[in-house]
Design a protein around this ligand. Structure first.
Ligand SMILES: NC(=O)c1ccc[n+]([C@@H]2O[C@H](COP(=O)([O-])OP(=O)(O)OC[C@H]3O[C@@H](n4cnc5c(N)ncnc54)[C@H](O)[C@@H]3O)[C@@H](O)[C@H]2O)c1
Length: 396
């Protein structure tokens, strides 16, 4: 059993606490930190947390906790990590790890130098659906992965600091792109080096300095492409979808809207429907198990099991650093309108990944391009002659 300090009593502090305390869990939030006494004491009361404080250092150094969970605005992650590493505690930090790769790398180093456990709370790679889909991909069900597309769009975040570039580090790319990038990376292979990024970003709607929409392509050393689509301008709730294509198969995942629970009410019930839901009447898409659908349960189980076993979780600060480096390249590309290299001074994956060889032999003299059954019943075979390079078709 772990006794946990939670820093932050906002949306994510609440989700993390409800996950840790949910379903008769062994692990307990023992100390909570919030800026205001009012919020701290109310949160502690709601979640049965024995200690609360408005002093961050005191929360981190509380003698009875061994794990610090960071659920603070992005500009406060580094400060909290440094203090928790100094206290010698296991550290679990929410996404994005840093506001940029330099910040994320400092956080990684400070933990490594202090020898403390570090976990990157990238929940969306942990949803049960995603874990199963990643496993199928690793088992070869899709053949070679060519394209992993991930989309997170909603009408915009729920607190002032997200909209302030200084505190958040950016707009929709930093906030949502971090999830999409790590999802694609998990399907393509975390040992495969991300090489370069091409990105479009714009401020289409909101009066802010950062982008509120972006689409990016991340090219990997295997030749695979990771595509992210993010927006704070999408209307209709929170759209979380992933799509993976390989030489032998395809996976489509939908995590939030229209996942099998659809409800119509002319009058509503006067409350919360699901995160970022825009309406409380008419047709609605409630989510039965929000913590599960967002991956929080599996994520904390992996984090705390790995801590108990002295192992490494699926997501640690190194992953957070790689994601930040990809986002840095995306932001640069959005300005330069060119492919920008992903700068990874500390790369720990495969040194070389051969471009994927996807050519299929039909026979000794031909490659197979395609077979197709036509509406009139004929079979078409499209081949490429190896010697001449000519494309031919045979019809039977
Ligand atoms: N799916 C996810 O993993 C997910 C979802 C939402 C947020 N997050 C991340 O969690 C972190 C917090 O986001 P949130 O949605 O909970 O935000 P929030 O605004 O709901 O809560 C932020 C918390 O930090 C406190 N805070 C704000 N400014 C502070 C300051 N200057 N000093 C000390 N405390 C301060 C607030 O009082 C609040 O308790 C961010 O890094 C965000 O990216 C992750």
């Amino acid at each position: 059993m772990h006794k946990v300090t939670v820093l932050g009593t906002g949306l994510i502090g609440m989700f993390y606490t409800s996950t840790l305390h949910g379903l008769r869990s062994r692990d307990q939030v023992h100390v909570v930190y919030s800026r205001s006494e009012d919020r701290a004491s109310k949160f502690a009361g709601e979640w049965n947390i024995p200690h609360w404080t408005t002093n961050m250092e005191e929360a981190i150094n509380h003698p009875e906790t061994d794990v610090v969970v960071i659920g603070l605005p992005n500009n406060l992650h580094e400060q909290a990590v440094v203090a928790a590493a100094k206290a010698g505690k296991a550290i679990l930090c929410t996404k994005p790890l840093g506001r940029n790769a330099a910040e994320a790398h400092r956080m990684l180093k400070v933990c490594e130098e202090a020898g403390v456990f570090h976990g990157y709370l990238e929940d969306l790679v942990y949803t049960p659906k995603t874990r199963k889909a990643i496993k199928s991909t690793q088992n070869g069900a899709l053949g070679k992965v060519l394209w992993a597309r991930s989309r997170e769009t909603h009408p915009g975040p729920h607190s002032d600091w997200f909209w302030d570039k200084e505190q958040s580090g950016g707009g929709a790319i930093i906030d949502l792109g971090c999830h999409c990038i790590e999802i694609s990376r998990s399907f393509i292979g975390k040992n495969v080096k991300p090489v370069e990024v091409m990105c479009w970003a714009d401020t289409q709607v909101h009066p802010i300095d950062a982008e509120d929409s972006a689409v990016g392509l991340v090219k990997y050393a295997s030749g695979a492409i990771g595509q992210f689509e993010v927006s704070w301008t999408f209307r209709g709730g929170m759209d979380l979808r992933d799509e993976v294509s390989g030489t032998e198969g395809t996976i489509w995942l939908n995590h939030w809207l229209r996942t099998g629970f659809e409800m119509f009410s002319a009058v509503g019930e006067g409350g919360y429907v699901a995160e970022k839901a825009e309406g409380a009447t008419g047709w609605m898409f409630p989510v039965g198990d929000e913590n599960g659908s967002l991956g929080y349960g599996e994520m904390f189980a992996d984090m705390l099991d790995s801590l108990d076993k002295g192992g490494k979780p699926v997501e640690d600060f190194y992953d957070g650093y790689v994601v930040n480096a990809i986002m840095d390249a995306a932001l640069l590309s959005a300005k330069s309108k060119r492919w920008e290299p992903v700068i990874l001074d500390d790369w720990r994956g495969d040194a070389e990944t051969a471009e994927q060889d996807v050519l299929k032999d039909y026979d000794a003299d031909h490659y197979l391009i395609k077979t197709e059954k036509m509406p009139d019943g004929r079979d078409k075979l499209i081949l490429k002659e190896k010697a001449s390079g000519k494309v031919i078709q045979r019809i039977s």
